[in-house]
Write a protein that binds this ligand. Sequence first.
Ligand code: NA7
Length: 548
Amino acid sequence: MSETLVRPHDRAARFDAIVVGAGFAGMYMLHRLRVSGFTARVLEAGGDVGGTWYWNRYPGARCDVESLEYSYSFCPEITREWSWSERYAAQPEILRYAGYVADRLNLREDIRFGTRVTGAVYDEDDGCWTVTTEHGAPLRARFLITAVGCLSAANVPDLPGLGSFEGRWYHTGRWPHEGVDFTGERVAVVGTGSSGIQLIPAVAEQAAHVTVFQRTPNFSTPAVNGPLDPARERWFKDNRDALARRARTSPGGFLIEYGERSALEVSPEERLAEFERRWSRGGVGFLAAFSDLLLSEEANRTAADFVRDKIRSIVTDRATAERLVPTGYSIGLKRLCLDTGYYAVYNRPDVTLVDLRETPITEIVPNGIRTAGETFDVDAVVFATGYDAITGALLAMDIRGRGGRRLRDAWAAGPSSYLGLMSAGFPNLFTITGPGSPSVLTNMIVSIEQHVEWIAACLADLERAFGPRALIEAEAGAEAAWMDHVRELAEFTLYGRAESWYSGANIAGKPRTFLPYAGGVGNYRAMCDRVAARGYEGFLRTALPEGA
Ligand code: NA7
């Protein structure tokens, strides 16, 4: 064939599937694809596996799900061989785990690192996706599977004067690999979500002074971290399969006690005792103390008031304590944080809290941060300002489906997806933990495993039924009904009132819609399984005509 007749994508490397991202989702997806006999290539912007744990290297970074539960369940050898050192592992250990899994399953040979995907175009003539990257030739595949993570598109606030700052600045989600030494420095931290709440006590240990710029106070409960109890580890490993089944059918994918009573049906003493028990035990179980904490404002207020009183009892300076007490929203509508010594850090003389609701930041100046009240001279600024969550990393890629339609345009008024897995007009494109699936409301590993296993089975069924030219696509009607259901659940729960990254409220101009599915992983799994059992109800499955 003459060179002039070769369309650019004809020269592209061709696979059955391309997976975008080599975090926990992309790694497992690759493994499953291989097991099913599909050829696959994973494209990853970072230099190694690990996803969020590759990028989030800030001091204090750790998972807020217990390590034993934040582990793959699909491989008995991995379960047996790997041991965690702490109840909540810190980032370096989680990254080592990801690396160990990659070694154990020999994943890296099918992953191309340092390769950021810029776009993907669906070709209706041959039913293939052409994937472009920042470097190198395009690649082609019949199936495109995004595993880009829900919290990976960093949000750095557009503050006037940032370019003039003469010190160093960082975002928690893009932390330098060589680490940062704050010893003896004056450090500003902007943001008090999970990342800030983890980072501030760790930086206070090093820095000469930490000034925290808080826009909205957050609710946080103690992690109660510590060395992993060997007896618990043994029990967990001995019962891994049964425990995985329990997690998969639970509301959140966590092995916690889900309280079955209303917070309003017990006496105040009993309620207090239950909150106290969960507070001192630590972990994500606090909000599951009663069945209606995320359903009823009145019930929710009992939990919120408990935490407010705790803050007041920990922080000795009254004015600072009141600034830290969250008001005006229900606990859990911003993701509940887990901390190690967060509120107590404000009792240190070298930590200052600036309330941006009283004195907003006006500009960054060469030597620090200027608010409406005063100028704070600092050597370094840490932005713990979060992410363009759930849709940010997906829409950062220029994805074009049937008729050249851009995903960005299709989702201009908010994302639309059937089961959080596929969107009408984008055949053979799957989104692991996409918008409209339980994702960030759950133990991510449980949700990732469920999606990966469902997609792998779906592809195998599809190929069996329709052969190597098979197409699958969400039906527009099923997708619209699913999104209505997602909205109904958000409205049924308190989540519909969330003003946080759950609903896009943290990003200027982002459409406001509650992004995850709030019905729980157990119900969600049952629905996905039912859809598959009914011949992939709500999906159109066909084969591309021969000769097309
Ligand atoms: P979050 O939870 O989105 O927190 C970001 C914080 O940064 C939050 O306190 C924001 O205040 C604050 N923020 C954002 N933009 C600004 C500006 N422009 N000025 C001042 N303060 C600002 O992100 P995290 O990284 O902490 O956590 C994300 C998730 O990662 C977490 O839930 C875990 O699942 C892991 P706001 O509340 O918007 O007023």
